[in-house]
Design a protein around this ligand. Structure first.
Ligand SMILES: [Zn+2]
Ligand SMILES: [Zn+2]
Length: 272
């Protein structure tokens, strides 16, 4: 596989609580694989910001990304980013953080509902059996995030499906959510935001990107202009994984370019 045009805009270093490798090691691996660009987007969960020390994580992550960028100058494009979790649950904290660092890219995420653990940690068999209610609230929260809009690309839309449909094999009829998904996609398009094609689902039981191809297509139909592609690698071996497939989806859905971000401004990279 040729990685020369591979731009992976969603990766985690060991500054993330669930990341495994340093920024420098990630860059060395990216260079060996021949990637053109990577963005470090370590987790900062706004709803548990001080409780879990994300203020320190943010500083640590930004400094490591900046060091890596200068060390790999001319060899690999390194973007300093952030995966901003649940910013709408405390917008003042989120906005203060965003004004503190000169991020290249901000990924907006919802990993959990208010006051609840991450969707990855819910017990869908005994406790959280009403997956319809969970998904209804999830999509409402993503819509609020899309309307708030202080991010550049929306991370892994349909994230709970990774666990509900993928790991637990619980059947989910996505037609029930088509109206609210349309509202989310419209809000992104109207705010000039990108939709992320998160390729982690391809290497996980879910088996498809988040969101899937039909949703990316719908985004285009509703006026979406920008897409980013990210592996969501938490270890070096997953850098670039599924990015070519993600770019192929973007192309089939009518996008001629994928976006790279610098200083929070999108640069179009033509799909060859
Ligand atoms: Zn995430
Ligand atoms: Zn992530």
């Amino acid at each position: 596989m040729s990685y020369k045009n591979i731009i992976d805009l969603h990766t985690h270093t060991d500054s993330s609580f669930d990341g495994h490798h340093s920024a420098i090691f990630m860059c060395e691996t990216a260079q060996l694989k021949g990637l053109r660009a990577i963005a470090f987007t370590d987790h900062i969960e706004i709803d548990t910001y001080y409780e879990r020390g994300f203020d320190l994580t943010a500083r640590d992550s930004y400094l490591h990304a900046a060091n890596a960028r200068s060390a790999f100058n001319g060899k690999l494009i390194v973007s300093a980013g952030i995966e901003l979790g649940e910013p709408t649950y405390d917008t003042a904290t989120a906005e203060a953080l965003l004004s503190k660092f000169n991020y290249d890219i901000v990924i907006g995420s919802i990993h959990n509902l208010r006051g609840m653990p991450d969707f990855c940690d819910l017990d869908y068999v005994n406790e959280h059996t009403d997956t319809r209610a969970l998904l209804d609230t999830y999509f409402e929260e993503v819509l609020a995030l899309a309307k708030w809009g202080n991010f550049d690309t929306l991370a892994h839309l349909t994230y709970p499906l990774r666990y509900i449909a993928g790991e637990q094999k619980i059947n989910v009829d996505m037609k029930q959510y088509s109206d609210i998904v349309d509202s989310i996609l419209r809000a992104l398009a109207e705010n000039g935001k990108a939709l992320e094609i998160n390729t982690s689902g391809l290497r996980q039981p879910l088996g498809v990107t988040m969101p899937d191809e039909s949703t990316v297509k719908r985004f285009r139909e509703l006026g979406g202009e920008f897409v980013t592609v990210g592996s969501d690698a938490h270890k070096a071996e997953h850098l670039g994984a599924g990015i070519e497939e993600g770019i192929g989806i973007a192309k089939r859905c009518g996008f001629n370019c994928i976006s790279l971000f610098k200083g929070r401004t999108a640069t179009p990279v033509p799909i060859e």
